[in-house]
Design a protein. Structure first.
Length: 400
């Protein structure tokens, strides 16, 4: 039956993963992934997550029944409050639909399927560059993916003019994917003033914003500050889609826990949208998993645990900021040619180094350090003990 199945086209992200996996060097280092690592290079389970799991394990009244199609009700309410703000008028007016999904990816996919079925304009714009899975998710749902300018390699910053020009030329009704904060892969976010201009343009051109909120808390260390762009759009009363993930900010990667929020213009619209989203979910996976949702709910419900979470989140962010500073200083100390200030200016988990493919291949071959071929490195995968020196030496050698 399957003899005519062709091998898949080469995937640049997977090929880095395979190259790193097959490298026997004891000092190899893979900086291509997007998971937080401790100073010892180990995955981190937050203390507050362990505590919540303990509490759940001790609760004998819990069972393993199916959740409803839209997931755990408390989880949905608390997740919506986390991104929109507890005092959000949209929540008070009861025109917000939130459903538990399989993390950020699942939320994007369910949102995309809903839009392909119920939105008149099928064009969806993503930033250039963007997270590699965005085009795959949206294409598969039947949307037509286009790009808007975002990153300027010359300044290693935002191409704000290009972004506004491209969004101005988008057809009315087009969907625009905006990363809420800590843009992947560039680490470059608009300022609040720029967000305000983007918002005005999106609304005046009747575009539909679809926020990808995978890193709330990871840009500034504050959950509220990182929600500002989204809240700005929701405050104007317009429609808005938000895909939310707890993979990074609670370290719940493998639990696959997130939410899709759709802000509607009225309670009646929200009721219909809600029932139609359930029709997207039902044939796809029927009902979402219970464990991750229970962990998040336990933490968000309890003010002490919530506080503990914000402290641990800040701890992860400040370690990343310190890695940026240390890498920048190590390059300065070596006199590595070029302006490396982008490493400290960029925010979130990643740094877009500006290294080219030849330099990246050289670093992999000679120094056993792996990064994606667009020059993105996960700052969260570095440690000050050994790796910083190793990476700074490698970059210096590749440049000179
Ligand atoms: N959006 C962006 C921009 C991401 O970087 C990621 C994870 N790499 C996701 C969404 C989805 O992650 P998850 O499905 O684990 O929530």
């Amino acid at each position: 039956f399957f003899s005519s199945v062709l091998p898949p086209p080469e995937d640049p992200v997977l090929s880095v993963y395979f190259a790193s996996r097959d490298d026997p060097s004891p000092v190899k280092l893979n900086l291509s992934g997007g998971s937080y690592r401790t100073e010892e290079g180990k995955p981190l389970v937050l203390e507050v997550v362990r505590k919540a799991e303990q509490q759940l394990a001790n609760d004998m009244s819990r069972n393993k029944e199916y959740l409803p199609l839209d997931g755990l009700a408390d989880f949905n309410n608390l997740s919506a409050k986390l991104i929109l703000g507890a005092d959000s008028p949209a929540l008070e007016e009861d025109r917000v639909v939130t459903i538990q999904c399989l993390s950020g990816t699942g939320s994007l996919r369910v949102g995309a399927e809903f839009l392909a079925k119920h939105h008149q304009e099928r064009v969806i714009f993503v930033s250039n560059p963007t997270w590699g899975n965005h085009p795959l998710i949206f294409n598969l749902a039947g949307l037509s993916v286009e790009v808007y300018r975002y990153y300027d390699p010359k300044t290693r910053g935002l191409d704000f003019k290009g972004m506004l020009e491209d969004l101005s030329a988008a057809p009315s009704g087009a969907i625009v994917v905006l990363q809420a904060c800590a843009h992947n892969p560039t680490g470059v976010d608009p300022t609040l003033d720029q967000w305000e201009q983007i918002r005005k343009l999106v609304r005046s051109k009747s575009l539909l914003p679809f926020f990808d909120n995978a890193y709330q808390g990871f840009a500034s260390g504050s959950l509220d500050i990182d929600a500002k762009a989204v809240r700005m759009f929701v405050a104007d009363g317009g429609e808005c889609f938000i895909a939310q993930s707890f993979s990074k900010n609670m370290g719940l990667y493998g639990e696959r826990i997130g939410a899709l929020t759709i802000v509607c213009t009225s309670k009646d619209v929200a009721r219909n949208v809600h029932s139609q989203v359930l029709l997207v979910v039902r044939p796809m996976y029927l009902s979402p998993p219970i464990h991750g949702a229970s962990i998040v709910t336990t933490i968000l419900k309890n003010s002490d645990m919530y506080k503990d979470w914000t402290i641990e989140l800040k701890g992860m962010v400040s370690r990343i900021v310190s890695m940026r500073q240390q890498l920048y200083e190590a390059l300065q100390a070596r006199g590595t040619p070029g302006d490396w200030s982008n490493i400290i200016k960029q925010i979130g988990m990643f740094s877009f180094t500006g290294l080219n493919e030849k330099q990246i291949r050289f670093i992999a071959k000679e120094y056993h350090i792996y990064m994606t071929y667009d020059g993105r490195i996960s700052m969260a995968g570095l440690s000050s003990k050994t790796v910083l020196i190793q990476l700074a030496d490698a970059i210096h050698a590749a440049i000179t």
